[in-house]
Design a protein around this ligand. Structure first.
Ligand code: SF4
Ligand code: SF4
Length: 512
């Protein structure tokens, strides 16, 4: 969940422009005159948005601001529109704007699309009249992640669970009493009777402790009037009671199929090296046949970068409605850096994503993050930063009863947020404050100046919270850019050309 989001809405418009823009738009001369003659009164000044994205084509530009996502198509027609906008890069008076664009109505039209900002000395910059959609305060819906089991029966080449912090050789699993204590605590803090909980089971491999999953899920369903579950699993095993759980409740399974069989088997073998593809895919099909909600994920790394398009298509063929493309992080939870060889190349990722987008000629988007960006356009939500990890509203409980706000920091004493005691959740303020102070985008980082930031938010801040080399952040950033930028440009250009898009998935995606 993004930490901060704002609402905005503006229509998609086409625009033909030339130097005599007012005439081209048919505005009456009298109206232009009226706009310019109020001498002596402090009038608004204008400047071009400092974050315009220009897509140049032979005959036109498509221009948009990521805060508004209301693109305009500007015909070239002898007019150098980017240069004209550049010339009002700092605030200029109405009269100067009139001189540059030929009509204040036209400037206001640009303002409605977020291409131009308006200010006056007494009111400051006006961007948008939107309100926050992620209001802080008492939550009526909670999320809880239970680390059922820290050990795993797979030996993935990029496992994010460090052997030390996660103690992956420890085969113990979560205490049912601890999990129940957190659920009870959350229920007690709910402001109304109609509270809901989104309960995620995570690991290691959570289904190695599947009986506990069933018990904890039943307890949550008895405590909360509304429940939904998520199980992030390698799906190497699928006991029938878990399929039955999915029939009784809303359960979303998040499962990696990282490529066609040879690729998947290379990156996600069993711990003894045995291939896992056939077992995993057979279990995914079982779940889909049972009507369960299955999200198939692909962790994008050097082994599968050239198979992104093919893998998303494979996910559809297997039966899951949606794919999640997740770029590799820089290091595991022990802060052990993966190394250059495991990273995908941003250029290859970008061209695969572009090919994938082109292939969705019906406008139905079936992969994250394209669905998320489309959602920003539809709902008007904008992100400032990606991470909204919050131990109070969405705690993570490990197999020792410790509490964290992110799976990345499990076992890291600096970021242990508290523990379960007999009286419920005991949280410490100091680690949480430290975490929140470190997770923002820093001014020196490229994301701070990025024109796409409000649809992207930047990469996961875990490596910078760990204080790892800035080069790691940069690598992660480039991979995130390789997805965000082509998707956003594709949608903006499609909209001005009259295309419509919709999500092919109705469920909730929880980015990790
Ligand atoms: S399945 Fe998950 S927890 Fe297990 S080795 Fe692979 S990445 Fe790690
Ligand atoms: S990751 Fe890339 S696209 Fe996203 S905010 Fe940072 S620089 Fe911009």
């Amino acid at each position: 969940m993004p930490a901060s989001a704002e609402r905005s809405a503006a229509p998609v418009r086409r625009l033909s422009a030339n130097p005599d823009a007012a005439a081209a738009f048919g505005y009456p001369a009298a109206a232009i005159g009226r706009s310019a003659v109020l001498g002596g009164i402090q009038r608004p000044a204008y400047r071009a948005s400092s974050r315009l994205n220009w897509i140049e084509r032979d005959d036109c530009w498509v221009v948009y601001d990521a805060h508004h996502l209301a693109p305009l198509r500007i015909e070239k027609a002898g007019w150098d529109a980017p240069a004209a906008f550049q010339r009002i890069g700092t605030f200029v008076s109405e009269a100067e704007c009139l001189d540059k664009f030929g009509s204040l109505e036209l400037v206001e039209f640009f303002a409605r699309h977020g291409l131009v900002e308006k200010t006056s000395p007494s009111f400051g910059v006006s961007r948008d009249a939107g309100g926050a959609v992620c209001a802080p305060g008492a939550a009526a819906s909670f999320s809880l992640t239970v680390l059922v089991q820290h050990s795993c029966n797979f030996g993935c080449v990029y496992c994010l669970n460090g052997p030390e912090s996660y103690q992956t050789s420890d085969k113990s699993s979560v205490s049912i009493d601890h999990a129940k204590a957190v659920i009870r605590s959350l229920r007690r803090s709910a402001p109304d009777a109609d509270a809901s909980i989104y309960l995620s089971f995570f690991g290691g491999e959570p289904l190695l402790g599947w009986k506990k999953v069933i018990d904890i899920a039943a307890f949550a369903a008895a405590e909360f009037p509304r429940v939904a579950f998520n199980i992030t699993s390698n799906l190497s095993l699928l006991p029938q009671p878990i399929v039955d759980l999915a029939r009784r409740h809303r359960v979303t399974f998040c499962v990696n199929v990282d490529g066609p069989a040879p690729v998947h088997n290379k990156v996600r073998p069993f711990v003894n090296g045995r291939p896992s593809y056939d077992t995993v895919v057979a279990n995914v099909r079982r779940l889909c046949d049972a009507g369960a909600d299955v999200q198939l994920r692909m962790l994008v790394c050097s082994h599968n970068e050239a198979h992104i398009h093919e893998t998303v298509d494979l996910h559809r063929e297997i039966g899951a409605p949606v794919s999640l493309l997740t770029p590799l992080r820089g290091a595991n939870s022990d802060a052990t850096v993966f190394g250059d060889d495991l990273y995908a190349t941003p250029k290859t990722v970008r061209s695969q994503v572009e090919a994938l987008l082109r292939s969705r000629s019906d406008g139905v988007l079936d992969f994250y993050p394209a669905i998320e960006i489309l959602n920003h356009i539809d709902t008007g939500t904008r992100v400032k930063q990606y991470c909204g990890a919050d131990v109070q509203g969405s705690p993570i409980v490990d197999n020792k009863g410790n509490l964290y706000n992110c799976v990345w920091f499990v076992g890291n004493e600096r970021f242990r947020m508290g523990a379960i005691t007999e009286s419920g959740m005991m949280l410490e303020n100091e680690p949480n404050e430290r975490f929140q102070s470190l997770n923002g985008i820093r001014p020196e980082q490229a994301c701070a100046r990025c024109n796409y930031r409000e649809v992207c938010g930047g990469p996961c801040p875990a490596t910078r919270i760990m204080d790892l080399d800035a080069a790691l952040f940069e690598r992660e950033r480039q991979l995130k850019c390789a997805m965000t930028k082509p998707i956003t440009d594709f949608l903006m250009e499609g909209l001005v050309n009259g295309r419509s898009f919709r999500s092919g998935y109705a469920g909730t995606i929880v980015p990790d």
